[in-house]
Design a protein around this ligand. Structure first.
Ligand code: NI
Length: 200
């Protein structure tokens, strides 16, 4: 049982109340200050330093002047990643010459298994128009964080581990700034239309 404090003398009460009000008021000010930053949109995107399927260093600056479509995933994915990239590839085909103003990147979330060669095999098996990128664990976690892509590895066996990962396409403008997300489950027609609108 909590012992109640001795009853205050009447003269002490107003001071206690004033002190309590001051505490509440300063607490409210603190809350308002704390909540202000979260009302601003959290920026998405940023620079990256990775390697392509041949092991050549590739950074975000290599794509300045073109739109960039980025998808995060892993090469052992058997469903969502290949399906999404197949949709992207078909949309690029549908864009015709305009597709040259866009680069479609697949960035691995699986540094342990996605070597440059594995990434190259994976993307080239879907389309020669896709660029597969991988990198060190630090480099891949940095770019995934920048794009707010979460992933969780299931299973201890590196041969069979599955990875749950966010499945979103990010469209970046020619100036390197993030423009918009594109739903990864878009149909080929929808994705072609959205990209064509941006590449006009
Ligand atoms: Ni996947």
């Amino acid at each position: 049982m909590v012992k109640r404090p001795p009853k205050r003398r009447s003269s002490a009460l107003p001071i206690g109340i004033v002190a309590a009000l001051l505490l509440v008021a300063s607490g409210l000010v603190g809350l308002i200050e704390m909540s202000a930053p979260s009302e601003r949109p959290v920026p998405i995107g940023g620079g990256f330093s990775l390697v392509d399927g041949t092991g050549k260093p590739v950074s975000d600056r290599d794509f300045l002047g073109r739109h960039v479509l980025i998808y995060f995933g892993y090469t052992r994915c058997r469903d969502v990643c290949p399906a999404t990239l197949a949709t992207v590839a078909a949309a690029l085909d549908g864009l015709g010459e305009r597709a040259d103003r866009l680069r479609a990147l697949f960035i691995s979330v699986d540094p342990a298994r996605d070597t440059p060669a594995a990434v190259e095999r994976f993307v080239s098996g879907i389309s020669t128009k896709l660029i597969g990128l991988t990198g060190s664990p630090e480099a891949l976690s940095q770019v995934a964080r920048a794009y707010h892509v979460a992933s969780v590895i299931h299973g201890g066996d590196p041969e069979t581990a599955l990875i749950d990962h966010d499945s979103v396409l990010y469209l970046i403008g020619p100036d390197g700034r993030y423009l918009a997300p594109i739903a990864a489950d878009s149909s080929v027609a929808e994705m072609t239309r959205v990209l064509a609108d941006r590449l006009r």
